[in-house]
Structures are given as structure tokens and as C-alpha cells.
Design a protein around this ligand. Structure first.
Ligand code: GYE
Length: 326
């Protein structure tokens, strides 16, 4: 009888200890909350899930938050600015420590950014920039899209060095977004020779379905396209389906250059269906967590924390594919 009681007492003790341990280490940043520091709460408004790039970016942000013991409030705007503005306002109401977002378009942010500033919540832009007064955000963690366009254009100049005329079709990213504006600008700042004719240019909204639909229409109206410049891999992949459906050979009858270097794009490049890809890295999570911590600690950070990126032809894609993370 006595033995029975002591055994069950021990059981209660074990349970009680486990419960204690659970509460002090539970949740993000458990050990720091035990020490009295609240975990950093990051409100993040994502553009949507329009592309392979975006999925990899979301995954990078979520896993980096976990690794850094950051309490992430993640919201998906489904490519709508009004949803992003709503999410930002809700983060302000919740008094998060830091707000970050990847702005779907460059314009229309002044009011909500001022609201965040008034609430003394620092804002870090990820991936895409805005055209607001730079004092309304702390920094931008992301790529140089103009430079990506320039790299794409430099390849085109080399590839078509001996051609007499080149008819170009362009699949633009989301209208009004920083990558669509800047990639176009960079590309046509170097693709300037008179032999280049831009015969078709329209948005495919960075999606595979958009790329396929717009390219199908392009092919009907213009049987003489020599080159497709797609602002991202997903639209190029959609366009490949349209080109094949029209009985043409992507990568041969129509050369294709795109930007991102996500897994499926790299596969098409290694198969010879895309001819060249300029890399844009979606793995911004660790840099974002790092920057958020620095900003909260009062340390100064660069106004633009740029991402390092490379470029790939078919041979380089074959080498890179097996170890590619996204
Ligand atoms: O290139 C595209 C995505 O903003 C850099 O958005 C990003 C772009 C990326 O949908 O695939």
C-alpha cells in the first residue's frame, strides 16, 4: 500500500516537472522568455503563391523564423494590395515588434507605412521595393532586378551577335511590381540595337497559367517570334507548353531567356527548352531574421541589403541541379 502511494506520488512529480518544462520552453524563443525577454514577433505579409520562386521564399522565411526563435505571424495576400494593406494594419493593431512585407506593387503604400511609423513599428521590405519616401521603412532585403535585366540583355546581345533581325516577345511580371518594371528597364537598357524588334509584350502575372495563355495569343498573332524574354521561370514554363502546342520547338525555333532559376526552370534549361536563366535567390529568410534582430537591438543596417546571384546556361544547370535547394 505504502509503496503504491509513493509510486503514484513520483508519477505526479514527473508530470508536474514535465508541465513546468513545457511552459518555459514552449513556443518560439522559450528559453529567452524564461529569461524575461519576449520573443521577437514578426508580422510578415507575403505577396501570394504565384510561382515556384514564391513557394521557396515562403518556405525560407518560415524555416528561418523557426531557427531564429522568431514568433512569425504569416499572412498570404493572394497577389492583392488591399489584402496586404489589411494585413499590415492588423499587425499594427497586434503591436508586433517588426513588420515585413514583399509589396505586390511599388505604389500606394504611403498611408499605411506612416501608420506603422506612428506606432513606432519598424518596417523591413523583403524582395520587392516601394516608391515611397525611404524614411518610411528601415531597409530592403532583396535582389537588384535592374541588374538581372541587364544580365539577361547581355546574353541576348551575345547570342544574337550575328543575326540580322530578331523579333522579341516579352512576358512581363505583375503590372506595377518592382521586378516587372526593373527587369524590363535593365533588359532594354542594353538590348538597344536596331535589329531588335519588340513585337509583343504583355503581363502573364508571374504565373505559369498566365505565361501559357499570353504566349498562345502571341503565337497566333505573330508566327515569326525568334526570342522570348520571360520575367520569370514560371511564365517561361507556361510559354513552353504553348510553343509545343503550336508545333514549334522551344529553345530552338524560339530561344527563351528567363529569370529566377527555380528547380523546374533549371530542369527545362538542362533539357534545352530554356536557353539561359539569370538567378534571383528566394532564400531571404535568414537575412530577414538577422536584420529584424539588429533593427530591434538598435543597430544600424544598410538601406539595401542585396542578394548575391549568378547566371546559368544549360551545362551549368546540369551541374547545379543535383544540389539545388529549390
Ligand atoms: O521573380 C517571381 C515571383 O518578386 C523576385 O516574384 C520576385 C518575383 C519572382 O513571383 O517568380
Amino acid at each position: 500500500m505504502l509503496r503504491k502511494i509513493s509510486v503514484s506520488l513520483a508519477g505526479v512529480l514527473v508530470l508536474a516537472l514535465a508541465a513546468c518544462g513545457g511552459s518555459s520552453s514552449g513556443g518560439a524563443g522559450g528559453s529567452s522568455s524564461a529569461a524575461g525577454n519576449k520573443p521577437l514577433v514578426l508580422g510578415f505579409s507575403q505577396v501570394g503563391s504565384e510561382s515556384g520562386w514564391r513557394s521557396a521564399n515562403t518556405e525560407s522565411i518560415k524555416s528561418a523564423a523557426k531557427d531564429a526563435a522568431v514568433d512569425l505571424k504569416f499572412s498570404d495576400a493572394q497577389q492583392k494590395q488591399e489584402n496586404q494593406i489589411k494585413a499590415l494594419r492588423s499587425f499594427i493593431q497586434q503591436k508586433v515588434s517588426v513588420i515585413s512585407f514583399s509589396p505586390v506593387v511599388t505604389t500606394g503604400w504611403d498611408t499605411v507605412l506612416k501608420e506603422a511609423k506612428d506606432a513606432k513599428i519598424p518596417v523591413i521590405l523583403t524582395d520587392r521595393s516601394v516608391d515611397s519616401d525611404p524614411s518610411l521603412y528601415v531597409t530592403l532585403v532583396g535582389s537588384d532586378f535592374t541588374q538581372e535585366g541587364v544580365k539577361a540583355g547581355n546574353w541576348v546581345n551575345k547570342e544574337f551577335a550575328d543575326a540580322a533581325t530578331v523579333n522579341i516577345a516579352e512576358l512581363q511580371g505583375t503590372t506595377g511590381s518592382a521586378p516587372a518594371i526593373e527587369r524590363k528597364k535593365g533588359f532594354f537598357s542594353v538590348v538597344t540595337d536596331k535589329k531588335f524588334n519588340l513585337i509583343a509584350s504583355q503581363t502573364g502575372d508571374f504565373t505559369r497559367a498566365g505565361g501559357k495563355q499570353v504566349m498562345t495569343a502571341f503565337l497566333k498573332a505573330h508566327p515569326d517570334i525568334n526570342l522570348l524574354f520571360a520575367h520569370n521561370d514560371d511564365m517561361a514554363l507556361g510559354a513552353i507548353e504553348a510553343i509545343e502546342a503550336a508545333g514549334k520547338v522551344p529553345g530552338k525555333d524560339i530561344k527563351i531567356i528567363s529569370i529566377d532559376a527555380v528547380h523546374d526552370g533549371m530542369q527545362a534549361l538542362s533539357d534545352g527548352k530554356i536557353n539561359y536563366i539569370v538567378e534571383c535567390s528566394p532564400l531571404l529568410g535568414p537575412q530577414l531574421m538577422d536584420t529584424a534582430k539588429k533593427v530591434l537591438a538598435g543597430q544600424s543596417v544598410e538601406k539595401w541589403i542585396k542578394t548575391n546571384e549568378s547566371e546559368f546556361d544549360s551545362t551549368q544547370a546540369k551541374t547545379a541541379l543535383p544540389t539545388r535547394k529549390y
